[in-house]
Design a binder for this molecule. Structure first.
Ligand code: FES
Ligand SMILES: [Fe+2]
Length: 458
């Protein structure tokens, strides 16, 4: 008997207490019979109200300006990976709204972040989104003033004309910079709290998932046709799987996804994949699910679920393919879609099959840039592979056109996601209702995100 996703909530439940019928992710983890890390056993949902959210939060220039002034200027954002700037004199430019930061590795190996604007007359040291390597010092291309890699003044041509400038007060404008999980983070606020504090539960949850021991196998930067929040929020819930990714329905209890609101900056979803879908009219046997997962149904070992057997096969075959021992990872870490969001704009997936990193940056009110990386554990033997080059995609260029990505089923899924945005954005602007109505549970992360955003804008 199929479990009805259209059933209303029981009347005696308080708002936010209703859940989709069927096994929860915690039930699926119980059935796995292994020992997932404590982080995957954590649950943190809180009912945050059910009022509509105004669409002006997305469409209004005034709201956008407030975000730039009060939020983007005060939050930690990842700028690049450490391995993008491995040697002294390597740099990477990170841009968000009109802000631009030059992330530079010094001769002392330390990574520093400087405002990408010359103290003389404001010239940018390097173009938006660019990177470079092996600089002895940072030289402004306009009049040739230069600074050491630690930001102290090196030389001013025609020094005699600047008797009013003291060397000490003419260093580059440095902003906070720190590293977590192999990601270089910056903050434009010189009084920002330490990164580790800002990341709240994230370092503890990722203690067993060291992202610094992974490398970049795919990297895209695509323009999306809608406000950055609208586009990002399309990735914060699994409710849309029903209509947007119907091919994924057979293997996943998508509506049973777990949503966690851990703390102001961190939320998560945990969506079981390869566990079957309890909402079909027709029930599938484990052998049929195993076949759907790409195996011979006759090969399903006795006493194992399709999910367990699929994870066993992947641990061996994918582990061997990438030269990494995956035997210590639980089924959930191997298979599930586990997405942590870090306010304001970043998502980190610790899993193996879906090893994505996202970042969303505004391009004015109407557009944004979606950066995606795929990270893979560094092989036990041999050198750490260098990060692949970033591929830039315009609005109408699909993810399946990217050579490093087109063999991966995720590229099709991401195209399905991003294909929604042109219409959603047009619809948001066309709306006379002027607001959106969110589900209490499945869309709780969106409400939670806006609550944190309001705390910055206040
Ligand atoms: S603007 Fe940089 S040296 Fe003049
Ligand atoms: Fe999606």
């Amino acid at each position: 008997m199929a479990l009805d996703i259209y059933a209303p909530a029981a009347e005696d439940l308080a708002p936010g207490e209703a859940r989709c019928p069927g096994p929860s992710p915690q039930d699926v983890l119980d059935q796995d019979g292994d020992t997932p890390p404590a982080a995957l056993r954590a649950q943190a949902y809180e009912y945050l109200g059910n009022e509509d959210l105004s669409l002006e939060r997305y469409t209004s220039q005034a709201f956008y300006d407030l975000e730039v002034e009060r939020m983007w200027s005060k939050t930690w954002q990842w700028a690049c990976r450490e391995e993008h700037i491995p040697d002294a004199g390597d740099f990477y430019v990170y841009d968000v709204a009109h802000y631009s930061v030059l992330v530079v590795r010094g001769n002392d190996e330390r990574i520093r972040a400087f405002i990408n604007s010359c103290p003389h007359r404001g010239m940018q040291f390097a173009d938006a989104g660019s990177k470079g390597s092996g600089k002895q010092f940072l030289r402004c291309p306009f009049h040739g003033m230069s600074w050491h890699l630690d930001g102290t003044l090196r030389e001013i041509p025609c020094r005699w004309d600047f008797p009013h400038v003291s060397d000490d007060s003419f260093g580059l404008d440095e902003v906070p910079c720190d590293v977590w999980g192999g990601f270089v983070f910056i903050n434009l606020d010189k009084n920002a709290p330490p990164l580790h504090d800002y990341l709240e539960v994230l370092p503890e949850h990722f203690a067993g998932w060291p992202l610094e021991e992974r490398y970049v196998v795919m990297h895209t930067e695509k323009v999306l046709p809608g406000n950055w929040k609208m586009c990002m929020e399309g990735f914060l819930e699994a409710y849309h799987v029903l209509a947007t990714h119907p091919e994924g329905l057979r293997s996943s209890g998508w509506a049973n996804t777990q949503y966690d609101l851990f703390s102001p900056h961190v939320s998560r979803f945990l969506q079981n994949l390869s566990s079957g879908n309890p909402h079909f009219e027709r029930e599938f046997t484990q052998a049929q699910l195993f076949e759907f997962l790409g195996h011979n149904p006759d090969d399903l070992p006795a006493g194992k679920t399709a999910r367990q057997a699929h994870a066993d096969i992947l641990r061996d075959s994918f582990g061997a393919e990438i030269g990494v021992d995956l035997s210590h990872l639980s089924n959930s870490e191997m298979l599930d879609s586990i997405e942590y969001h870090v306010f304001p704009n970043a998502c980190f997936f610790p899993g193996i099959v879906i090893p994505l990193i996202y970042r969303f940056r505004p391009l004015g009110v109407d557009k944004c840039i979606h950066d995606i990386m795929m990270l893979r554990p560094v092989p036990v033997e041999g050198e750490r592979p260098p990060p692949v080059e970033k591929v830039a995609l315009d609005v109408d260029e699909p993810y399946v056109s990217v050579p490093d990505f087109k063999e991966n089923r995720l590229s099709y899924v991401l195209d399905q996601d991003t294909d929604n945005f042109k219409r959603q954005w047009a619809g948001m602007k066309a709306s006379l209702k002027g607001s959106q109505t969110l589900g209490n549970y499945q869309e709780a992360r969106i409400r939670h995100f806006h609550k944190t955003l309001d705390s910055y804008l206040a």
